[in-house]
Design a protein. Structure first.
Lengths: 205, 205
DNA sequence: TGTTTTTCTGTCCAAATGGTCAAAAATTGT
DNA sequence: ACAATTTTTGACCATTTGGACAGAAAAACA
């Protein structure tokens, strides 16, 4: 038998450690570039041990991707009717920006996966994710029609929020290189201020 | 001697073919994921032949990256003083969007490189590119100060243009999955309309 | 035409790497 | 304490892959 029968405390902990190490490795080098040995090193254990817990490198990758996806779309899920529309969208944008700041490796992992054709996410993208986006787009469209925000294509609005917030995580090397070291510290404050002003202007009816 | 002495017509053509094949391969799978064999297949020649012309896979990659970089930043170079400021920025944005549409593989190659730390571009990013961006940012800042466009951080404005335009190329799989097949055809027209309206609202003084 | 140079490929090699396996070490259960 | 189970690893294997090499094929040159 390859996998253990019952999930013990040790197993959960070890899996956690491995996933954390793998996240780092995958974000740095992608699925192909990350090696089992590197993951094992980062996790502080032997290569066969990593295989013992997940069966294969691919399994780790897929596991990570699946579990992170839920976290990743949560802010959009929380975009709701009851708040002031403009404020709600700004809150959504800010949460996405904060996720870029706090979880750059996760962002990079998703980016790499999608960039290379999302072979392990296609289903979810055109299934769950599409449904979710369509639902929220409808909400935004309603706000738009009621004159509470500007008339604007809701799908592309969502894309623009994704693009601009994740840009700071995915292309951090470029952003920091272009801005220079001295602006590195306050980068996310700058981004927040810029994006807030930007979206307020774009969305105000 | 590894490399030929004089550059003949055949050499130019073969190198072109190889670079085109490699671009496709690198965009699909990244530097690590793309194999010499795959590149050779796409180029319709043998593996050693590819090596004969470039010496190594790395050399092809670096060569591509360098030669494409100039093309890639040209639109920003062309952002100039003499035009109407808002129109000039919109033109820049549109050219970037068109590049995403026409050169998605190039966009993906750059994205992948930067995402993974830009080991072969660091110099250029904090050197040439930073200079160029700083220069154009100063121009935009002047427009801003003169009240010709809204008061806005020019560096982040440039980032936002990069992010939003390249998003359509880099994450095309996601965009198309979320929009659905029926909106696939007119996608770039939609994007153009959306972004134009968006930036006009954001930049109008 | 004969010679030289360039182009091209089949074959092979060494390194990297994902994964297996048997057995040791540690833990758990009785 | 002893047996059973789980955890952990060193050693090993098969495959992939970047690239070297020698020589064939073609082209250029004389």
């Amino acid at each position: 038998m390859t996998s253990p029968r019952k999930v013990t405390r040790i197993q959960r902990e070890k899996r956690e450690v491995i996933l954390a190490a793998a996240l780092e490795a995958f974000a740095e080098d992608g699925l192909r570039g990350a090696t089992l040995e590197k993951i094992a090193d980062k996790a502080g254990m032997s290569k066969p041990h990593v295989v013992y817990y997940f069966g294969s490198k691919d399994a780790i990758y897929t596991d990570l991707l699946q579990s992170l996806l839920e976290v990743w779309v949560q802010p959009l899920r929380d975009l709701s009717e009851d708040a002031d529309p403009l404020a709600a969208i700004l809150t959504y944008m800010r949460r996405k920006l904060r996720m870029s700041q706090d979880m750059p490796r996760e962002s990079k992992m998703f980016a790499t996966e999608i960039l290379h054709g999302a072979p392990r996410m296609r289903q979810q993208l055109s299934g769950d994710l599409k449904s979710l986006v369509d639902e929220k787009a409808a909400l935004i469209a309603r706000w738009s029609a009621e004159g509470k925000i500007a008339k604007i294509d809701p799908h592309h609005l969502i894309f623009s929020i994704w693009a601009m917030t994740q840009h700071y995580a995915d292309f951090d090397i470029q952003v920091e290189a272009v801005l220079g070291d001295d602006r590195k510290a306050g980068l996310y404050d700058e981004a927040d201020a810029f994006l807030t002003e930007f979206f307020v202007r774009a969305l105000r009816p």
